[in-house]
Write a protein that binds this ligand. Structure first.
Ligand code: ADP
Ligand code: ADP
Ligand code: MG
Length: 670
């Protein structure tokens, strides 16, 4: 086994590989770009080496810099993670030349399986069914065109070197072929430096089912069951699960067997995935699945397999790369229960999944449990940069039955809180409760087909949001008063009490919130742990209120609800069950801190500035009349006459600062 390894990757996968390394006592070296010096994977490693500038081509794809980092730190093995250099044969070769173990298959295998064309030819010879199509090497434009006519439309043009759904074009009719071909070639050349293409029948209604395989250098090969990855956007997975729902034992057996055959044909060593496409419209008994491609690396969705098999796939990768045998044989691996993974991406499903860059000003994930795994390569305060993949977390739930896993996953999604970037969380949550998904009756067209109903704008409910935001605001005011001046010096000061700023008995505050374009004037009144929140004829009473770490819990209309209020400058992001509503707090001239003084003295509820004095010495005023306006915390508070009376003294003028508790006006009631 290795003593020290270098992880040639970033984000959640770098952290995930290090988790296993640490457990096994293997020292870890991280590499990072200039954009990632504060990234979690750097903090987690025993050593870390900066390998270049932010663009991946200058850092995470810079082979020489990575080999150099391995040499400098004495790491004799490199784990490539997924993406970046994980399927790069030249990198595997460079490692070999430098006597560094590449934790993955041989460069020859990577090269062979990296070409969809060659992979299809190879496995077809081994008797594995492949998607029918045109697989000639270096065909002329004319040959492609003729092949396309033969296959018929719709068909798919695929980049032979493709990955992540890039370089792929669906051609619906003959007239679109030329443009699509040029487009696929362009994209493939830019992304993979290779513009070879193949043509495939387009299977309209299909499921993506893949099989995890593992081989060792002694020629042993086993599979670790299948994963269904049919929920995709832009040909890329966002939800994966194992086992595949509703798959008959017969097809499962045939498919896992075909996967082992395909891997054996490539003399595969290490962890790999054989992807199949299943034609939903075809009967099982005549064979309805076809080989798509083989990924010669750890997949994003490997934890799904780990949870049902109980095997740490990274540990197996280490052992096999170090020359060891497969720790278990086929008969010893048994699937248990069901696992589902959801990928959380910083992207906007309502703008064609456009990546969303920005700062994760608030980012909370649920706690891990034995049946819930959370992987993330970012933390609160980190930036989601335009340089790398926008996946910010993965959540994997396990259950005895599919419905148990689903329930746990739903609940986990409800506890994800993100402010600062747009994510697909709401979309995932909507998928969870869609009948077709929940019942397991979905295929690769599911997301596109139901996109309009699934990608609707979702926000935390307005009534609850306003109530929780108002409570949080009042609570904050009270806390500010508590921690200031008088409270610090005098432990018996009434200001110290939680309801300190309500010294005047009961008090209310006007708040101006803007919800998108709508301005809402809210009046919040506090009485002990109960709050009355009113606006525009709506009156809500919240009782049994508690506020902790920004989470407000209250009973409203016979239901206890809880939500977090995230304060960012004037923004108040209310998060309830994962859904967010952004309210903007404005300085409100209508706001007032109604003060009802006990002994004819009106005092300042909190440190503030006198903005305006409405009355003169000796003036007769009526109950409820505004006497003075204070400003604090960007809000105005109006000091109100506690009853009918006469102003006996005015201690401050406009523009003056007042300390909390200072007497503002002496008042004589009649
Ligand atoms: P998987 O097959 O493991 O589900 P994906 O296709 O979702 O993998 O891609 C895995 C990760 O690697 C994603 O972050 C994706 O952006 C990235 N990726 C996939 N293929 C490539 C590639 N050829 N070059 C660079 N990055 C890639
Ligand atoms: P990549 O290398 O980008 O992962 P794949 O060949 O694995 O490319 O295909 C990605 C996805 O595109 C599949 O999961 C499937 O949803 C869809 N797809 C691929 N080939 C076909 C096909 N022949 N017919 C219908 N859908 C397909
Ligand atoms: Mg694929």
């Amino acid at each position: 086994m290795f003593d020290k390894i270098l992880i040639a990757n970033r984000g959640e996968i770098a952290c995930r590989v290090m988790r296993t390394a640490k457990r096994l006592g293997i020292a870890t070296v991280a590499v990072y770009s200039e954009a990632d010096s504060g990234a979690p994977h750097v903090a987690m490693a025993d050593e870390a080496i900066c390998i270049g500038a932010a663009p991946a081509s200058e850092s995470y794809l810079a082979i020489d810099a990575i080999i150099d980092a391995a040499w400098r730190t004495g790491a004799l093995a490199v784990h490539p993670g997924y993406g970046f250099l994980s399927e790069n044969a030249e990198f595997a070769e460079a490692c070999a030349r430098s006597d560094i173990t590449f934790i993955g298959p041989s460069p020859e295998t990577i090269r062979l399986m990296g070409s969809k064309l060659e992979a299809k030819r190879l496995v077809e010879k081994a008797g594995v069914p492949v998607v029918p199509g045109f697989h000639a090497a270096d065909p002329s434009e004319k040959e492609l065109r003729e092949a396309a006519e033969l296959i018929g439309f719709p068909l798919l043009i695929k980049a032979s070197a493709g990955g992540g759904g890039r370089g792929m074009r669906l051609v619906r009719e003959a007239g679109e072929f030329e443009d699509a071909l040029a487009g696929a070639r362009r994209e493939a050349l830019a992304a993979f430096g290779d513009d070879q293409v193949l043509l495939e029948y387009y299977i309209g209604q299909s499921r993506h089912i893949e099989v995890q395989v593992f081989g060792d250098s002694a020629g042993q090969m086993i599979h670790l069951f299948e994963r269904d990855c049919s929920v995709q956007r832009r040909h890329q997975k966002i939800l994966e699960e194992s086992p595949a729902p509703g798959l008959s034992p017969k097809v499962r057996e045939a498919m896992t067997e075909a996967a082992v055959q395909a891997a054996q044909a490539a003399d595969y060593v290490g962890a790999g995935t054989v992807e199949f496409i299943m034609d939903v419209g075809r009967a099982e008994d005549i064979g309805n699945f076809y080989f798509l491609e083989m990924n010669t690396r750890l997949q994003v969705e490997h934890p799904v397999t780990e949870m049902v098999s109980g095997i740490d796939l990274v540990e197996w990768q280490f052992r096999i790369a170090a020359g060891g045998r497969l720790p278990l044989d086929q008969s010893a691996v048994k699937p248990r229960g069901h696992a589902i993974e959801a990928r959380i991406y910083a992207e906007d499903p309502r703008q064609d999944y456009l990546p969303s860059v920005g700062t994760l000003s608030h980012f909370r994930l649920p706690e891990e449990t034995a049946s819930l795994r959370i992987y993330s390569g970012v933390r609160e305060g980190d930036a989601v940069s335009p340089y790398y993949d926008p996946m910010i977390a993965k959540v994997i739930a396990w259950g005895q039955q599919r419905e148990d896993a689903l329930r746990r996953l739903r609940r986990a999604l409800d506890r994800i809180e993100v402010v600062g970037v747009t994510t697909n969380r709401d979309l995932l949550a909507a998928i969870m409760v869609h009948f077709d998904y929940a019942s397991g009756a979905f295929d690769t067209t599911f997301l596109d087909e139901h996109r309009d109903e699934l990608a609707t704008e979702a926000k935390a409910p307005v009534v609850e949001s306003l109530v929780l935001a108002a409570i949080a605001e009042l609570d904050q005011l009270s806390a500010d008063v508590q921690t200031s001046g008088a409270a610090r010096d005098d432990p018996y000061s009434p200001w110290r009490r939680r309801d300190g700023w309500r010294l005047f008995g009961h008090s209310s505050c006007g708040l101006r919130f803007t919800d998108q374009d709508e301005e809402i004037l809210v009046r919040a009144t506090v009485e002990g742990t109960a709050y009355q929140v009113d606006w525009l004829g709506v009156g809500v009473r919240a009782t049994g209120v508690t506020v902790q770490d920004g989470v407000v819990s209250a009973e409203i209309r016979g239901r206890r609800i809880a939500g977090r209020v995230v304060r960012l400058a004037q923004d108040r992001h209310v998060i309830i069950g994962g859904l967010v509503r952004r309210l903007v707090l404005g300085a409100s001239d209508a706001s007032d801190a109604a003060a009802e003084a006990g002994g004819g003295k009106l005092t300042a509820p909190l440190p503030s500035t006198v903005v305006k004095v409405h009355v003169e010495l000796g003036q007769k005023v009526a109950h409820g009349q505004a006497l003075m306006v204070l400003e604090a915390m960007k809000m105005e508070h109006v000091v109100i006459a506690p009853g009918d009376g006469v102003v006996a003294a005015i201690h401050y003028a406009a523009g003056e600062q007042v300390l909390e508790g200072a007497e503002l006006i002496a008042f004589e009631t009649e």
